[in-house]
Design a protein around this ligand. Sequence first.
Ligand SMILES: [Mg+2]
Length: 366
Amino acid sequence: MKVTGIETVPYVIPYHHPVVAASGTLSCAEHVLIRIHTDEGIIGLAEASVRAFVYGESQVSIVEAVRLWFEPALIGSDPFAVEDIATRLAWIPANNTTHGAIDIALHDIRGKAAGMPCWRLLGGSGAPMRVTHILTMGKPMEVADEALEAGARFAISSFKVKVGSKDLKSDIERVAAVRNAVGTNASIYLDANHGWTAEQAIKVLNAMVDYDIDLVEEPSPSEDLVGRQRLARHAAIAVMADESAPTLATATRELVSGSCRALSIKTTRTGFTTSAKLVAVAQALGGRTLIGSQADGMIGTAAALAFSSAHPMLACEPGELDYYTNLKDDLVVEPLQVAAGVLTPSSRPGIGVEIDEDKLRHYKVR
Ligand SMILES: [Mg+2]
């Protein structure tokens, strides 16, 4: 089987409400559907998501990167040769979610050709994933209500609270409100999106010890290496790296230096091939891994679900797998549905997603 071309379809789906974090606000999903075509008629698909204030990508840049660099490099390639292809594409810097989507689409082809779901292709047994709901950075009682609603509708009992604002007191009040609302059995971790200085983070995290916080993601700026080490030594809550450790080298550096104790694994930016190696790095160095969301719709979530389900180190932790509930609609024929607080990966081949072509025509933007 050979790759014959790559199709890109940018689309926009509005959110129910804007989602606020210290790093910026999102009010709609701006994604690009990527479909890799083959000479045997099998089509692999994935979504690249625009996270302009994280990776500097846009729908236009993703479409152009595929046209200029990814497609010419892939035409004629064997879609099963994912290691070889990843090595050949390694010269293309940045373009994080484009790289991730290309790798996932190749795995989708592999699964479809083999007639098996990606979680099985990757060595898993189809384990269900406990789901974390990411709360927006709103007023304490609004955020607490959002957590209660996710608990009531989907039996979700793991929550990520966005913090890192300039108003440290309001961050503490938001965390306290969520803990009071969800009770002592629920899991809570924080994401400051680099919003605090290291010194602020030490102070505010130590003021939150009574709220039983599991982890804090990116408390302070990535470039402040000295501050991050000081923070890790003096804060009572363990640190999870996200944007500061998206590569094998940075993940190793962060774990070995003691700056973090966990990695957020995002298949949207590192595909399946590099994500699997990041899990291995964490395993070797005693770190935890959680599957993270890159503002994924259902296509990206289905891929993250298949991947995390296949890796026991990820499957034993709650995963950020319901961000799609922020979108007013989605493109898939069979929508994902959290039940009893978990998502079970599809048993259909590949990442298990079929596109609703009518909806794609409706939401495509050019
Ligand atoms: Mg994050």
